[in-house]
Design a protein around this ligand. Structure first.
Ligand SMILES: NC(=O)c1ccc[n+]([C@@H]2O[C@H](COP(=O)([O-])OP(=O)(O)OC[C@H]3O[C@@H](n4cnc5c(N)ncnc54)[C@H](O)[C@@H]3O)[C@@H](O)[C@H]2O)c1
Length: 255
């Protein structure tokens, strides 16, 4: 039997009730980590938790709004109290509050929401994680960017927030290497998650998924597991000498 790649590790996975976050939480639990699953959707998190526990994994849920500094601080205090360490932080919670709006219609309030939801939450979680990781001289930080970090003609503030996550991640890598903490980012193209069907309706979602799959050289869109496996790579010691990188999980889109 192959050795588990995260045995003995404590990992926080945010957005764990969602498509990519739940796949990542399941994947990390299968690899032997104790997973702290964080999401604003506490009930969704509990559903994923019961699957993980049924399969013999180690996990718990922590409902929190990660745009709230107080809630982020509370989460990390709880992890420090309960586990006494934190090896891995994967910041997946996020989304786009103004998808499809043309540049003339950028709404400053929705733009700020995008910056808070994606960038501020990631910065706050990293800030608190580093306080635990630095003294233990070990840490793996994985932040969720998006392929639109390269630019997008329909997702202005979202793309800016995801580009910001990449530059923030590189700054972390520069500052934290000496403490044996790596920081890397994930940049998926379109991923098959239920949230799209809910937001767009089944027909528009199917059309978008089909058109994207036809454009991507590998001929399909990503699954949440494609992204979870990339997160696992960065979180594991296979990536011990890799930091400050962004990994495009895109089936070759935008080469
Ligand atoms: N699906 C894609 O095509 C795609 C592509 C590139 C990047 N991403 C990014 O991947 C991440 C996960 O997206 P997904 O596709 O799994 O969508 P999703 O909507 O299924 O998951 C997002 C999760 O974040 C949680 N969340 C939202 N606001 C929160 C808050 N304030 N505090 C805590 N949790 C909060 C939601 O409850 C949800 O469970 C996002 O950051 C998204 O921007 C997605």
């Amino acid at each position: 039997m192959e050795a588990m790649r995260l045995e003995g590790k404590v990992a926080i996975v945010s957005g764990a009730a969602g498509g990519i976050g739940s796949a990542t939480a399941r994947c990390f639990a299968r690899e032997g980590a104790a997973v702290v699953m964080v999401d604003i959707d506490g009930e969704g998190c509990e559903r994923v938790l019961s699957e993980i526990l049924d399969q013999g994994g180690m996990a718990r849920c922590y409902p929190a709004d990660l745009t709230s500094e107080a809630e982020v601080v509370g989460l990390f205090e709880e992890v420090r109290r309960e586990y006494g360490r934190l090896d891995i932080l994967v910041n997946i919670a996020g989304g786009d509050c103004q998808p499809g709006a043309p540049v003339e219609e950028i709404d400053p309030e929705l733009a700020m929401k995008n910056f808070d939801l994606n960038l501020k939450s990631t910065m706050l979680c990293c800030r608190e994680a580093v306080k635990i990781m630095k003294p233990q001289l070990y840490g793996r930080i994985v932040n969720m960017s998006s392929l639109v970090y390269r630019g997008s003609s329909g997702q202005f503030s979202y793309a800016a927030s995801k580009g910001g996550i990449f530059s923030f991640t590189r700054s972390l890598a520069l500052a934290l290497g000496a403490h044996n903490i790596t920081a890397n980012a994930l940049a998926p193209a379109l991923v098959e998650v239920e949230a799209f069907g809910r937001a767009l309706g089944p027909e528009r979602w199917a059309a978008l998924a089909k058109a994207s799959a036809e454009r991507y050289p590998l001929g399909r869109i990503a699954t949440p597991d494609d992204v979870a496996k990339a997160a696992l790579f960065f979180a594991s010691d296979d990536a011990a000498f890799i930091t400050g990188q962004i990994l495009e999980i895109s089936g070759g889109a935008r080469l």
